[in-house]
Design a binder for this molecule. Structure first.
Ligand SMILES: Cc1ncc(COP(=O)(O)O)c(C=O)c1O
Length: 473
């Protein structure tokens, strides 16, 4: 029988392949500051069509493939690694994680069970312990890494449901503000809750969940025979960066025996800084917390985390054995991630967090996050001095939102003008901002979180903003 061997590279070929990729990557990173930040407004149907192809029967030259990836595909659309990207909730994508992925994908070890890759599982467990320490969780807390905040949120809702409600959750109610990230609505639906189980409360003037309104809603729901079960709060909303009053919500949840979940996907890692720690007080009292290292720890997409205060709740929800599985650990010292999370076979996400944190030490991440807080303060002060603009949501951390001052006849014309201003700024291709609507008002958001954003880029933003205002007069 013929023995196919072309999937195995020689030592020289392996080096050549890595060198070829390294050259492209080095060029990509070096030229990043001059690249357009966002060309997603110009989706080209021709480009998309040119990428359609059938099952390849024959081989294509590697260089040709790299040309396709780096020269044709990469320049089209939004560039979230750019020092000018300040839209949505950015992060930047530390290159270190790509090195970690190269190593872990080459080793391809199975990290779902301690016995199978004991040291690597411990590395991932260390990362989760560090996260627990960052948010002030106790010793018994456990967690796992996910592909992102949405998947972590789904597991949080399912864990809370399983632990607090068992099999019958027909009367359960989940409380959340109208400012919470929509992944909560999605998670509740996927976890089996009907839309009527979500009690959405209008946020207060500062876009936060109001504990008094919450208390009242619970009383009303109880009087209708419903079962208040969970409060879902935000430690930094996507819309305006608002932080819900966590200590009050934690006290209320305790008093009423509700599960408090906090979405800290954006804000959580600011606990590394003194200012962030103050703002996020109370996070440590939540029953579950979602963090997104691919946001405020600057990692590339594909790294989220769920932390649960009572680690045993994760095991109670996810543990499920089979005869063909290797031996699982008893006790708390060693952990099998397949017993704590929905995944059985999983990528080694721990290494992509561990490597950069070990290479630099956590202090460097703290400094970068502090810098983002300073840059946000700076741009906010500049905007406050421009009479044409009104700050609608001052920054709690590194997201703020503003609009043109209300000198317009209608809300529609004010919104249209603010949109036009944002388009003008984005068209300069030095920064990319995104907007949102709060209570009908269109606002421009500035989200300072890409680790590559520094003072020069903020000054470019201010110049383009001022030029946009001048162009409108
Ligand atoms: C506050 C917040 N929560 C949750 C999510 C969802 O996270 P992911 O996109 O990683 O699934 C996001 C995404 O932007 C977010 O900003």
């Amino acid at each position: 029988m013929r023995h196919p061997d072309s999937l195995e590279f020689s030592a020289t070929e392996t080096r050549q392949l890595i060198d070829a990729v390294a050259e492209r990557i080095e060029h990509q990173i070096r030229t990043l500051p001059g690249q357009p930040v966002d060309t997603s407004g110009e989706v080209s149907a021709d480009l998309v069509r040119s990428f359609r192809e059938g099952l390849p029967e024959s081989a294509t030259d590697f260089d040709e493939l790299l040309n396709l990836i780096f020269d044709k595909a990469a320049p089209a659309g939004l560039n979230p690694t750019s020092p000018g990207f300040m839209g949505y909730v950015p992060g930047g994508g530390l290159f270190h994680a790509a090195l970690a992925d190269l190593i872990s994908n080459t080793l391809n070890r199975y990290v779902g069970v301690t016995m199978v890759a004991p040291a690597f599982v411990q590395i991932e467990a260390n990362v989760l312990r560090w996260f627990n320490e960052i948010i002030g969780y106790p010793e018994q807390a456990r967690g796992f890494l996910t592909s992102g905040g949405s998947m972590a949120t789904l597991s949080a809702v399912i864990t809370a449901r399983h632990v607090r409600l068992g099999e019958d959750f027909s009367k359960a109610v989940i409380y959340l503000s109208d400012q919470i990230h929509h992944c909560l609505n999605k998670a509740a639906r996927l976890a089996g809750f009907p839309a009527s189980a979500l009690h959405v409360l209008p946020a207060d003037e500062a876009f936060r969940l109001d504990p008094d309104a919450l208390r009242k809603a619970m009383e009303e729901d109880r009087s209708r025979g419903l079962e208040p079960f969970m409060i879902a709060a935000s430690a930094g909303t996507t819309n305006t960066g608002a932080i819900d009053p966590l200590p009050e919500l934690a006290a209320l949840a305790k008093e009423e025996h509700l599960w408090l979940h906090v979405d800290a996907a954006y804000g959580g890692f600011f606990c590394l800084t003194e200012r962030g720690k103050q703002k996020l007080k109370g996070l440590e009292m939540a029953d579950s917390v979602v963090l997104d290292p691919h946001k405020s720890l600057f990692l590339p997409y594909g790294t989220g985390a769920l932390l649960v205060r009572e680690g045993r709740d994760l095991k109670a929800t996810h543990s499920s054995g089979a005869d063909y599985m290797p031996l699982m650990q008893e006790g708390d010292e060693l952990m099998d991630f397949c017993e704590l999370s929905p995944e059985l076979t999983r990528p080694f996400r721990g290494l992509r967090v561990w490597l950069p944190m070990k290479m630099h030490g956590v202090g460097v991440f703290r400094d970068y996050l502090d810098e983002k807080l300073d840059l946000t303060d700076w741009i906010q002060q500049q905007i406050a001095q421009l009479p044409e603009l009104e700050i609608i949501a001052p920054a709690e951390l590194s997201i703020m939102a503003f609009a043109l001052r209300d000198t317009f006849e209608t809300l529609e014309s004010r919104n249209a003008a603010t949109r036009k201003l944002m388009s003008f700024i984005n068209e300069q291709q030095r920064v990319s901002l995104t907007g949102t609507t709060v209570r009908g008002l269109f606002v421009i958001r500035i989200a300072v979180l890409v680790y590559r954003v520094h003072q020069e880029r903020m000054e470019m933003l201010l110049e383009d903003l001022k030029a946009g205002l001048a162009a409108m007069n």
